[in-house]
Each structure stands twice: as structure tokens, then as C-alpha cells.
Design a protein around this ligand. Structure first.
Ligand code: HEM
Length: 463
């Protein structure tokens, strides 16, 4: 039987009897709702069946977990009994066996080789790139104009990660890279929702050919960069450090492994930070008093100078603003796993093959862990000691052994970019539209985020 027919007629991969969830008929309605609004579907199931529930989606049995203690079991204590989930694994058509998708020994070896270059001490050298790229972006802004902030900031995050990865000036090829990344990512995004997903594999799909072209272009650029970097002088860039890294046996990465790691860092490292910064500025524009307090802190800490790595730990309120933005609009909206064996977790038995979904979009807005959970209140991060909440009531970077390897990079980047922007500009929301988001690979805004940017009178010249 061909794959696509099997999708309609096969029995579910697994059934779970002791976990509450909807009936077969209700599951049918869930499919319809899911196509329209995934977040609403998950919220509805969680409210109806509690913090560990299950439902059927096509051939998959999904276990939805919003209980932080069970999440801790899956991501940390019993991490060995889970792999990445099926939907996440689909990204391998682009990311290959990079850190995000590899498993077991391959992952352990790669993580040991990649993680040292992204440690706090190692990344301090990228602070200047983060600040100067932000200044370069603002130099194009006219006082009082309305900007598509998501577009500007995603491009900024891309430039920052490209500079950190390659340290060579790749601006000549940046346009090509951006275009290829956009094409490849929009194909992967569409594939999640489009009916093409259900068509037979042999049917020609024009979008797939477009994806293949975008991927070949990206590959050829990355292999070129690897080749020229192998020939060049030692440097501070991540690519050079990956080329030089050795495993326990003294072996280095092949070109193919380097390609997979570079493209993973590239994609995982810019879309998420770009979205976090976009949501942060949207929220600041909506909450002028918070923006005012942030500006006061930035002016006091920077004392008229440029932001630098030494300022990061003093910008406590700025960091609280970013944390609160990550709580309300987590760019990674869910962490997914597949059980590789039958696992007993607290009162539940999760059978082998079940897809476990742990959505930050629900847990981060749960009133059991947050007072007034829908409100944007950065102060909560300065008032409530962290250990008053369960550890996994807040997990924008995941947790356990597979915690985001770029989390220090992201923290430093978002603090320095927010401080640099606040030093020069104020932002105002000129649109009547409420911010609505949808579930793609990341949590994205439904429509463009347009903000009016006004130069602060007292702002110093760039540089
Ligand atoms: C606000 C920004 C970011 C957010 C919210 C974020 C979120 C996440 C999450 C939730 C995971 C865990 C996925 C899982 O367990 O299945 C993850 C993994 C990962 N992230 Fe990030 N990330 C961010 C920034 C970055 C940056 C800047 C980089 C690279 C420079 C990066 C590279 C990676 C990689 C390579 C992994 C896979 C790690 C592994 O499995 O060993 N991320 N990220």
C-alpha cells in the first residue's frame, strides 16, 4: 500500500487507554479545528481533559502534557527514553543530522564538539558584532517612519549569526543566503499545513522542486565557505572553531557534518532570536511605562556610551522584559518527543511510539504558576524567586540534556540589541490590529508587526 493511502486507512500507531482524551467522533472535529487554529485546539483539549491528555491526529497518537513535573520527567529524568518527535524530524530534509536532530552517540559527539564554542566566555567576542549590526540597521531608519519590525529584526538576527559563524564579510552573498533560507523555510512551513502533505510521493510537486533549488543554493554557499575557511588563517569565528574541534578519539568533523551543524546554527540561531526581539518591541510599544523604565535603566547603565558585554549583567530590568516576552510569546511554542520505549511517568503509562507534545504556549500562561498570566509584567521576574515555581513552568529554551545550546548567545544578543535600540529610538504601535500568532516551525505573527520609530532627541550619533 502506498504511503498516502496508509495515512487514511491504517489503524492508529498506538492507542492509550488510561490517559483521558476525546472520543473517535470528537477526534474528527479536532482535525477540523486543528487546521484552523492549532493553539486553540491544544488549549481546548487541555481544558477539557487535564494536564496529561491524549488525542488522535491522522495516524499519530499525541500525548499533550502541560504538567511541569511530567515535562521534567520527559525532558530531564527520562530523557534517554525519548527521541525527537516525528514532526520535528521532518526538518532533517534541510538540517540533515545537525545537533537539533541527531540522536544518541552521534548527538553526544556533536554536542561535545559544538557546545564549547557557545559557552558564555567564548561568545563575549561577538558582543561588538551584535551592537554594530544593530547600529547599521538603525542608520537606515528615518525619524517618524513606520517600519516592518519583524522583517528588519529578522534580517538583523541573520546578519549577526552570519558574522559570528563566518567572521568573513559575506555581505556580498547575504542576499542570496536570505532568499534561499526564506524559500526553504516557507516550503517547510507550507508542508506542515498544505494538502500536498497527503498526496502520493510520486506526484510532482512544484514547490518541492523550488525547495530543492533553494537547498542546493544554500549547500553550495556553505560548502564554499567551509572550503575557504579551511584554507584561511585561524580565527575567532564559530566555523573555524568547529573545523578545529576534535572528538575524544582526536577526529574532526567531515565537510558534511560541518554543513549540517552550520545550517542548524544558522536557522536555529536567527529566527528564534528575531521573533523574541520582535515580540519584545511590540510589547514595549504597547506598554509605554515599561518602555520608560527600560530606557531609564539603559541610560543609567550605559552612561551615554555604547552597550558592551560588561553591561549585560547590570541590565536586570532589560533582561526581565525579555524573559517576560519569552513567557508570553515563546518563539519555540512547543517541545516534542517520541517515546522509544514504554515509559511510566508519575501516574501515566506512555507507550512506545507516542508523540509527546509539551507546549510552552499553554504552560507559560497557566494561572497556577503566574498571577494575572495574560498581563505583560516584567517585574514578576524581579519579585518572585525562581524556585517558587516548578522548574518546567518556564522553559523557552527547552531543558535537560537537549537544552538550547545557543541560550547564552541568545541572552547576550537580545539584551545588547534591546539596549542599543532603546538608546536611540522609541517605538509606537500605529496599527489597530491586535497581535495574533500562529503555529509554524516557530510561533509567528499572523500579520506584519508595524511600529513607528522615533529618534530620541538626546540620542547620541551611532558608533
Ligand atoms: C530566543 C532564542 C532561542 C530560543 C527561544 C531557542 C529555543 C530552543 C529550544 C526550545 C530548543 C530545544 C528543542 C528540543 O529540546 O527539542 C533549542 C535547541 C537548540 N537551539 Fe535554540 N533557541 C534560541 C536561540 C538559539 C541560538 C542563538 C542558537 C545558535 C547560535 C540556537 C541553536 C540551537 C541548537 C543547535 C539546538 C539543538 C541543541 C541540541 O539538541 O543539542 N538556538 N533551542
Amino acid at each position: 500500500m502506498s504511503n498516502w493511502l496508509a495515512r487514511f486507512v491504517s489503524e492508529p500507531d498506538v492507542t492509550i487507554n488510561d490517559i483521558p482524551g476525546p472520543s473517535t467522533l470528537e477526534n474528527l472535529f479536532i482535525h477540523l479545528d486543528f487546521i484552523r487554529d492549532q493553539f486553540r485546539t491544544y488549549r481546548g483539549i487541555d481544558e477539557a481533559y487535564g494536564p496529561v491528555s491524549q488525542f488522535q491526529l491522522g495516524p499519530f497518537c499525541l500525548v499533550l502534557v502541560t504538567d511541569p513535573d511530567v515535562i521534567e520527567e520527559v525532558l530531564l529524568r527520562r530523557a534517554d527514553a525519548f527521541d525527537k518527535d516525528t514532526v520535528t524530524k521532518e526538518l532533517s530534509v534541510l538540517l540533515g543530522r545537525g545537533l537539533l536532530l541527531s540522536e544518541d552517540d552521534v548527538w553526544r559527539r556533536q554536542r561535545k564538539m559544538v557546545a564549547p564554542s557557545l559557552q558564555r566566555r567564548q561568545i563575549a567576542r561577538y558582543a561588538d558584532v551584535m551592537v554594530s549590526e544593530t547600529e547599521r540597521m538603525m542608520a537606515d531608519w528615518e525619524d517618524g517612519e513606520t517600519r516592518d519590525i519583524e522583517r528588519d529584526i529578522t534580517m538583523l538576527a541573520l546578519r549577526i549569526v552570519v558574522q559570528a559563524l563566518f567572521s568573513l564579510d559575506v555581505s556580498a552573498r547575504l542576499h542570496e543566503v536570505t532568499e534561499a533560507v526564506d524559500d526553504a523555510m516557507s516550503y517547510l512551513d507550507e508542508r506542515r499545513h498544505s494538502p500536498w502533505r497527503l498526496t502520493p510521493d510520486w506526484l510532482p510537486n512544484p514547490r518541492e522542486r523550488q525547495f530543492d533549488r533553494a537547498k542546493s543554493k544554500l549547500d553550495s554557499i556553505i560548502y564554499d565557505l567551509i572550503a575557504s575557511r579551511r584554507e584561511g588563517e585561524p580565527g575567532d569565528d564559530l566555523l573555524y572553531q568547529l573545523i578545529a574541534a576534535t572528538d575524544e578519539g582526536g577526529d574532526r568533523m567531515t565537510d558534511e557534518q560541518l554543513r549540517d551543524e552550520v545550517i542548524t546554527l544558522f536557522l536555529a540561531g536567527h529566527e528564534t532570536t528575531g521573533l523574541n526581539l520582535t515580540y519584545t518591541w511590540y510589547l514595549l510599544a504597547e506598554h509605554p511605562r515599561v518602555a520608560e523604565r527600560l530606557r531609564e535603566e539603559v541610560d543609567r547603565v550605559l552612561g551615554g556610551g555604547r552597550a558592551g558585554v560588561e553591561d549585560v549583567s547590570d541590565l536586570a530590568y532589560t533582561e526581565a522584559v525579555i524573559r517576560e516576552s519569552l513567557r508570553l510569546y515563546s518563539p519555540a511554542w512547543s517541545v516534542g518527543r517520541e517515546a522509544t520505549e514504554t515509559v511510566e511517568l508519575e501516574d501515566w503509562t506512555i507507550p512506545e511510539g507516542a508523540q509527546v507534545l509539551m507546549p510552552q504556549v499553554l504552560v507559560h500562561r497557566d494561572e497556577r504558576w503566574y498571577d494575572d498570566p495574560e498581563a505583560f509584567r516584567p517585574e514578576r521576574w524581579l519579585e518572585t524567586p525562581e524556585d517558587e515555581r516548578p522548574r518546567f513552568a518556564y522553559f523557552p529554551f527547552g531543558g535537560g540534556p537537549r537544552i538550547c545550546v545557543g541560550n547564552h548567545f541568545a541572552r547576550m544578543e537580545t539584551i545588547l540589541v534591546v539596549a542599543t535600540l532603546a538608546r536611540h529610538f522609541t517605538f509606537e504601535n500605529v496599527s489597530e490590529r491586535e497581535l495574533d500568532t500562529y503555529a509554524s516551525v516557530t510561533q509567528r505573527p499572523e500579520t506584519s508587526v508595524e511600529l513607528r520609530v522615533s529618534r530620541r532627541e538626546e540620542a547620541p550619533a551611532f558608533g
